[in-house]
Design a binder for this molecule. Structure first.
Ligand SMILES: Cc1ncc(COP(=O)(O)O)c(C=O)c1O
Length: 396
């Protein structure tokens, strides 16, 4: 009898793990994974150390430490003018657990949830484990816009929710207020919930505005807003996240959360309270630093022969690799996975093949793209540049 349950057998191992393994094996500079190779800011680290030596080492309350929930509510007020009570905040093990608990707590087997494709890799497996069917709506390059008619057609009597990730991984799309209004109108018309994943909320470029769907007319009662500490405070390993919403939604998510993790690392929640109360200047400096990295990597990829699409937010740049690969190589590379493997082996730079964000029958949509992470030290980006620009010379 096979040991592995049928529930998880189809998931396989993720391409992310495979790319990391190959990158290690070939000593490649890793612009694959969306994790900074620099540390969290000192005040945040110091707050965690203080918490560890202040007897904050036992279980936190199931819904989260009161000071962390208060800080999350204040953060929502400061950046989005959202008035919420700390009771409307649930602390989870990262945005990842928040999403899984949301899907389990808000939908029933046989329901449908709409996602935009490319789609962050955990959502659909979460749905499958919950017995929920995904409905896909495409985002089309180069602007990663959606067709409102295609979206409208995805709503059926079985639709329970729609998931929106903005700023978006992997494309860097920031949904505009107008696009969110189209989504909101459909949610209201069909009595559907919106679950937003806003982990890149503070990383936006060229003046793009991150708009919180929950703040649109009529959406406060039917939105669950998910975010986390990882990206904003360069502490992805902490896995402290949260879900904010109307009391009934948060209670539903907590029914699942209480039996998944029960509660989240107490000292890190205490540090989260400090982090979220850092002055505006912290968030402005973060944005400026990422803008500089994005501009630099964009120009570098261009000069290496790629055709990158400028992201409006987030950690990544999607780039068309076809003009970057030397002619004799291009003819032998079938898709983005082969390109990524070739780049690691022969050039020594790792990227993620974005077909990982498409369902099997639509992976060809991403065949000519590579996703590069820009959340890296300048030295790392510089070292990658040296290897990638040599590619052009070698191809000539
Ligand atoms: C869109 C998106 N959601 C969620 C996560 C994971 O968030 P967390 O580490 O808080 O679970 C990531 C990390 O890459 C992400 O890109």
């Amino acid at each position: 009898m096979p040991a592995m349950a049928q529930r998880v057998a189809p998931f396989g191992t993720t391409i992310f793990a495979e790319i990391n393994r190959l990158a290690r094996q070939h000593g490649a500079i890793n612009l694959g994974q969306g994790a900074p190779d620099f540390d969290a800011p000192p005040p945040v680290l110091e707050a965690a150390i203080r918490a560890l030596s202040s007897q904050l080492n036992q279980y936190a309350p199931n819904i989260g430490l009161p000071e962390a929930r208060a800080a999350i509510a204040q953060h929502a007020q400061r950046f989005y003018g959202q008035s919420i009570s700390p009771d409307q905040v649930l602390i989870t093990a990262g945005a990842t657990e928040a999403m899984f608990a949301a899907i389990l707590g808000l939908s029933d087997p046989g329901d449908e949830i709409i996602v935009f494709q490319p789609v962050y890799d955990s959502y659909v497996p979460n749905m499958r484990m919950a017995g929920v069917a995904p409905r896909y709506v495409n985002l089309y390059p180069p602007d990663w816009t959606f067709d409102p008619d295609e979206l409208a057609a995805a709503f059926t009597p079985r639709t329970k929710a729609i998931i929106i990730n903005t700023p978006h991984n992997p494309t860097g799309k920031c949904y505009t207020r107008h696009e969110l209004a189209i989504i909101a109108e459909l949610c209201l018309r069909h009595d559907v919930l919106a679950i937003t994943d806003e982990v890149y909320e503070h990383i936006t470029y060229d003046g793009a505005q991150h708009v919180r769907l929950a703040t649109l007319e009529g959406m406060a009662e039917r939105s669950l807003t998910i975010s986390s500490l990882g990206k904003t405070f360069s502490a992805t390993g902490w896995k402290v996240g949260w879900a904010i919403g109307a009391p009934e939604l948060v209670e539903s998510v907590n029914r699942a959360h209480q039996f998944i993790t029960y509660s989240v690392a107490t000292p890190l929640q205490a540090a989260a309270a400090t982090a979220l109360q850092l002055p505006d200047s912290y968030f402005e400096a973060l944005r400026a630093d990422y803008q500089r990295k994005r501009d630099w990597l964009l120009a570098m990829l261009q000069s290496a022969g790629f055709q990158p699409l400028a992201p409006q937010g987030g950690y990544f740049i999607m780039a068309d690799w076809r003009d970057a690969a030397p002619d004799h190589i291009r003819d032998h590379i079938r898709d983005d996975v082969q390109f990524a493997e070739w780049l690691i082996r022969e050039v020594g730079v790792a990227c993620i093949p974005p077909s990982a964000f498409y369902r099997p029958e639509e992976k060809a949509r991403a065949a000519h793209f590579a996703r590069f992470a820009l959340c890296k030290r300048d030295e790392t980006l510089q070292a990658a540049a040296e290897r990638l620009t040599a590619l052009r010379v070698r191809g000539a």
